[in-house]
Write a protein that binds this ligand. Structure first.
Ligand code: NAP
Length: 242
């Protein structure tokens, strides 16, 4: 049975990704920064008849919590097949760069960017022990510089500058880590994927997609078996321009 750790999986797209991957016979470590919320999510899955899930307390913005989670996982498994850096926050509004609160920007980066980097660093040794490992970074179209500079595109440009730039940085992490691993002969794929605008707490349930639809491109990427697919940015039904 393949193993996966999904951060921020107690609700929203992460939870649904956990459900779908568990249904596909993965053993799912469901990351939650709050233990009670993690246990509630496990109970929900158990009530659906899903038993191959366990919760792990992990606050990706807190290096001690990430290390503790890694140590706990090392007592349970010898290798990890898939890491999904899904935990994310939208940050407070307003987020324009001309006047926006830099502390807010830092908080958003602490979770969406540094959180993914430090989680990946801690779990890389376990991933390296898998015969075919992958890292998936859950990103967003609002992090795409190409889309933001497309002529005539109405993007609500300044509304998500903190969030968007943190996802741009996450995308840079995807490409640079993918190349770094490839160039040092380590066969672990690293890709970004966007769920698309999905109704969750992150956007006060304004998104157009259901969590089932939002999780779909993540699960599709998770179960594809070509290790040569790396340093890419996917959406449902195709690729996204960086
Ligand atoms: N919804 C969309 O339209 C959309 C579009 C593009 C990309 N995304 C991305 O999809 C991912 C999942 O978002 P979602 O829409 O499912 O939002 P959500 O329902 O708000 O879920 C976010 C999850 O991340 C967790 N989290 C936040 N900060 C954390 C931290 N420091 N450490 C660990 N976990 C943390 C939350 O935990 P708590 O319950 O404890 O807060 C929650 O489990 C995010 O990366 C988001 O940026 C979402």
């Amino acid at each position: 049975m393949k193993t996966v750790l999904i951060t921020g999986a107690n609700k929203g797209i992460g939870f649904e990704t956990a459900r779908q991957l568990a249904e596909l016979n993965y053993f799912v470590y469901l990351g939650s920064r709050n233990k009670e919320h993690g246990l509630e999510a496990i109970k929900k899955l158990n009530d659906m008849g899903i038993a191959n899930v366990e919760t792990i307390v992990i606050d990706v913005a807190d290096i001690n919590s990430v290390r503790h989670a890694r140590q706990e996982m090392e007592t349970k498994i010898n290798s990890l097949d898939l890491l999904i850096n899904n935990a994310g926050i939208a940050g407070d509004q307003p987020q324009d760069f001309a006047t926006g609160d830099v502390e807010n920007l830092r908080r958003v980066f602490d979770t969406n960017f540094f959180g993914a980097v430090q989680t990946t660093q801690e779990f890389l040794p376990l991933l390296k022990k898998s015969s075919q490992a992958a890292i998936i970074n859950v990103s967003s179209e609002v992090g795409s510089i190409a889309l933001r500079t497309e002529t005539g595109r109405n993007t609500n440009r300044d509304k998500y500058n903190a969030y968007g730039s943190s996802k741009t940085a996450l995308n840079a992490f995807t490409v640079m880590l993918a190349n770094e691993l490839h160039d040092t002969g380590i066969s672990i794929s690293v890709n970004s994927v966007t769920p698309g605008y999905t109704a969750t707490d992150l956007n006060q349930f304004q998104g157009a997609k259901t969590i089932e639809e939002g999780a779909r491109p993540i699960v599709k990427l998770a179960i594809q078996s070509d290790p040569g697919i790396t340093a890419k940015f996917f959406k449902d039904g195709g690729e996204v321009a960086w």
